[in-house]
Design a protein around this ligand. Structure first.
Ligand SMILES: CC(C)(COP(=O)([O-])OP(=O)([O-])OC[C@H]1O[C@@H](n2cnc3c(N)ncnc32)[C@H](O)[C@@H]1OP(=O)([O-])[O-])[C@@H](O)C(=O)NCCC(=O)NCCSC(=O)C[C@@](C)(O)CC(=O)[O-]
Length: 259
């Protein structure tokens, strides 16, 4: 059996999924995609997991689609066909996902970063939507990237394929913070600690609320949001959170799905 290309570990409510294919800069080969999908499923299904961290070994977070596998393959055999599954798993994961980048990301790898809720990178990391430079299109990743970037930035970066540095990635909202390498893990922990304080069902509902397209009818939007808010105020999680606040104690969250 081939060596594992993705590792999975759960500690204190945090599932860490680590891409470990440094020889090709964590390219999205068929094997890596299949393992990543499996681990994302496990993390989603495990009630003990509160937060997911997507990390990597080697100098690069992810170099996008595996170009050695893609070369010579016919259009219908391209791995890009399965790639939306991974982006959707990340984007719709009921648990918050934090990307930890100790190095650059390219193309599909940047799409993965954009699909995560929070992304923390070393300040030397670089990014590029390099697809057009190799004659392909950032089509699938546009689904997760576009909501994160202003249209001007997306036009510029998709069309030029230019490499941009971590501070610009922060400025356009692609990543949340860029820190010196020595501070990377502390910064990731700062986020995971904060995310673990939130009530599981409230976090899931908040993710959906942020991602679902809104109607143009403001009254309808308010009615939907009022119903969502009422369900959570009146549900066991909301009631526990309120009782804990009033009682000056820490809340004890019910298992996900019971709110
Ligand atoms: C990432 C850096 C900057 C690191 O730059 P570096 O650290 O200097 O590494 P390197 O360029 O020396 O590469 C090291 C090894 O990794 C391999 N490698 C590297 N990347 C890949 C790859 N993607 N697929 C397969 N192999 C790859 C590369 O071929 C080489 O293998 P070796 O020569 O030692 O045998 C550089 O390697 C690079 O620019 N890689 C190519 C990035 C790229 O153009 N990706 C496009 C992927 S297309 C895509 O993702 C399409 C998609 C999904 O967005 C479409 C859609 O959204 O619809």
């Amino acid at each position: 059996m081939a060596d594992e290309l993705v590792h999975y570990e759960v500690r204190r409510g945090i599932a860490t999924i680590t891409l470990d294919s440094p020889h090709n800069r964590n390219a999205l080969s068929a094997q890596l995609r299949a393992e990543l999908t499996g681990h994302l499923k496990s993390a989603t299904a495990d009630d003990a997991v509160r937060v997911i961290v997507l990390s990597h070994t080697g100098p690069v977070f992810c170099s996008g689609m595996d170009l050695k596998e893609a070369g010579g393959a016919s259009a219908d055999k391209q791995g890009v066909n399965e790639f939306p599954v991974i982006l959707e798993q990340l984007w719709t994961s009921p648990k918050p996902v934090v990307a930890r980048l100790a190095g650059p990301a390219r193309a599909g790898g940047v799409g993965i970063v954009a699909a995560c809720d929070i992304a923390v990178a070393v300040d030397t990391a670089t990014f590029a939507f390099s697809e057009v430079r190799i004659g392909v299109v950032p089509a699938v990743i546009s689904v997760t990237v576009l909501p994160r970037l202003l249209p001007r930035a997306a036009h510029e970066l998709f069309l030029t394929g230019e490499t941009f540095a971590a501070p610009r990635a922060v400025a356009i909202g692609l990543i949340n913070s860029a820190v010196p390498g020595d501070d990377l893990d502390t910064e990731v922990t700062r986020y995971t600690d904060m995310l673990a304080l939130g009530a599981p069902n409230a976090l899931t509902a908040t993710k959906r609320m942020l991602q679902e397209p809104r109607s143009d009818n403001l009254s309808e939007v308010f009615a939907d949001m009022l119903a969502l808010s009422a369900r959570h105020f009146g549900g066991p999680e909301g009631q526990e959170g309120i009782a804990a606040f009033v009682g000056k104690r820490k809340p004890s969250w019910v298992p996900p799905g019971d709110a």
